[in-house]
Design a protein around this ligand. Structure first.
Ligand code: IYR
Length: 252
């Protein structure tokens, strides 16, 4: 039992701002997760020997591409395994606050593309600062996005800003954006492991329209839209260099 004098806290919808909770409200608090005895940890498989080096060589080969072959389609089973992998991500209080919508139906991809191109035309032409447009110039992007209909799959990753507890009450999804972003990172790695290419996009201002298109509930907010498939033979990418280790690692 907490002391009467101690403050009674709850968290906001994102789970990261503390606000005071009414005295009566904490009497019937239950954890959202079932409370049960812990079990023995069994370390999982590794890629050893040289697991880290082999994983590095795998992920080094990942590039964002914008030119997908419309003809070659990976099996849905592979995509499902990649999403299973994404679903292993750690999450705040194990709330698993993510939804992965996989779109392969041509008419739905066309609708996604129409929504994104409409908003991106505004972004590129008037909404965003000229510096934004200038900074993107080396990437040679614009509002026309054929990859959204060429790629055999689109994966729309939604963060669930809150959920429903076992007792039917609203459940706080702590760190839902961080958790879902981590799961997206695992998804990118597993797509790469499966020999698939992807493009991460974060379509500005398209979230509500895309959520409505897919009939997702209001607690879900679009975080990332991925195009997934195989590159065309003539696919070009920007000549980018990655930072060296000594530029990203600080040792203490
Ligand atoms: N979302 C836009 C613009 C864009 C923004 C950034 I920051 C990029 O790294 C790349 C593109 C688009 O997809 O065109």
């Amino acid at each position: 039992q907490r002391k009467k004098s101690s403050k009674n806290y709850s968290t906001d919808r994102d789970g990261d701002i503390e606000t005071e909770l009414e005295e009566e409200a904490r009497d019937d608090l239950q954890p959202a997760l079932e409370e049960k005895p812990h079990v023995q940890f069994v370390p999982g498989q590794t890629l050893n020997p040289n697991g880290a080096r082999r994983f590095l060589e795998l992920v080094r080969g990942r590039r964002s591409i914008r030119s997908f072959s419309p003809l070659t389609k990976p099996s849905l089973g592979v995509i499902e395994d990649c999403i299973r992998a994404a679903g292993t991500a750690p999450s705040g209080a194990h709330t698993e606050p993510w939804t992965f919508c996989v779109v392969e139906e041509a008419s739905v991809k066309q609708s996604v593309r129409a929504i994104v191109e409409h908003e991106e035309q505004i972004n590129y032409n008037k909404r965003m600062h000229p510096q934004w447009v200038t900074d993107l110039r080396p990437l040679q992007t614009n509002h026309v996005k054929p990859y959204l209909t060429d790629a055999p799959y689109l994966i729309l990753i939604f963060k669930q800003t809150y959920g429903t507890a076992r007792d039917g009450r609203r459940k706080t999804h702590y760190y839902n954006e961080i958790s879902t972003s981590i799961s997206a990172g695992i998804l990118l790695c597993s797509l790469q492991a499966a020999g698939l290419s992807s493009l991460v996009t974060t379509p500005l201002n398209c979230g509500p329209a895309l959520r409505d298109l897919l009939g997702r509930p209001v607690n879900e907010k679009l975080l990332i839209l991925l195009a997934v498939g195989y590159p065309t033979d003539d696919c070009k990418v920007p000549d980018l260099k990655r930072k060296r280790l000594d530029e990203i690692l600080v040792k203490y």
